[in-house]
Design a protein around this ligand. Sequence first.
Ligand SMILES: NC(=O)c1ccc[n+]([C@@H]2O[C@H](COP(=O)([O-])OP(=O)(O)OC[C@H]3O[C@@H](n4cnc5c(N)ncnc54)[C@H](O)[C@@H]3O)[C@@H](O)[C@H]2O)c1
Length: 284
Amino acid sequence: MISTICVIGAGTMGSGIAQVSAQSGFDTLLFDINTDMLAKAIQGIEINLQLLVDKNKITTAEKINTLQRIKTVSDTNHCIADVFIEAIVEKMEAKVAVFNQLAQVNHPGAIFASNTSSLSISDIQSAVKHPERVVGMHFFNPAPLMKLVEVVKGKQTDDAIADRIVQLCKQMNKVPVLCKDAPGFIVNRVARHYYLEAMKLVEKGFASVENVDAIMEASGFKMGPFKLMDLIGMDVNLAVSQSVYEAFDKAERFTPSPLQIQKVKEGNLGRKSGKGFYAYGEGR
Ligand SMILES: NC(=O)c1ccc[n+]([C@@H]2O[C@H](COP(=O)([O-])OP(=O)(O)OC[C@H]3O[C@@H](n4cnc5c(N)ncnc54)[C@H](O)[C@@H]3O)[C@@H](O)[C@H]2O)c1
């Protein structure tokens, strides 16, 4: 039975996933190596829940109970849970290291789900001591609002573990879709060109950032590619571009854009830093 969920990483995705977990009734641990991020995550969750109270979607008591179910942790030895949902930096070594550390202090049935956008679940499995209990659980941003979760089976994922994660998504009121472990899975593979082609248009001077966004939104997309990249985070989106590019043997069509590389170099990461393609005030 799953009673405690530990979310690893309290950034854009981890904070949202922790909110989803606590709202779904699970005791939720939120772990980060940066304690400022933990404080900001709790603040953000409180603001989100208050907005739901203001819209009469939840009661004040539900808000309080949800917040009480979340505990922040900054030592992996205190991360004891049934399911881990990892949402740290998009780097293979970091994800493998944290899974191996957690496995040492947890029960032998604990499940290790990664929210990676683009790293291979099978590659993570080949570097951990408990590969059959590793699975992809790819939420979308913002996690409390977006219904879709790609559940990714790596080469060594136990079928029963993938099934439990599918069930968990349903308990979280999400819509799980079982995916194969292909580069970018489904959404990020298809969406790569939404970002890359948009940046090519701007780089070559054929259109402005604002024009592209306005036209794509007018044609039915909820968010233009540049607004979406600012929401995702330029560093995260570049990491996804790079790993999909590598996974396709550097195919020209997946070449990361100089524009996104430049934004990351400048520290203009999007909403979280206060500036990306657009300006947002203070950031998080
Ligand atoms: N941003 C998106 O739209 C999005 C969507 C789906 C999936 N993802 C994936 O989710 C993951 C996190 O992305 P994000 O946008 O939340 O990043 P983020 O930069 O907002 O947050 C990452 C957090 O991880 C923490 N961290 C880094 N290394 C750590 C470690 N070793 N142990 C514990 N905490 C650590 C950082 O302090 C930071 O708080 C990435 O794998 C990314 O590909 C992102």
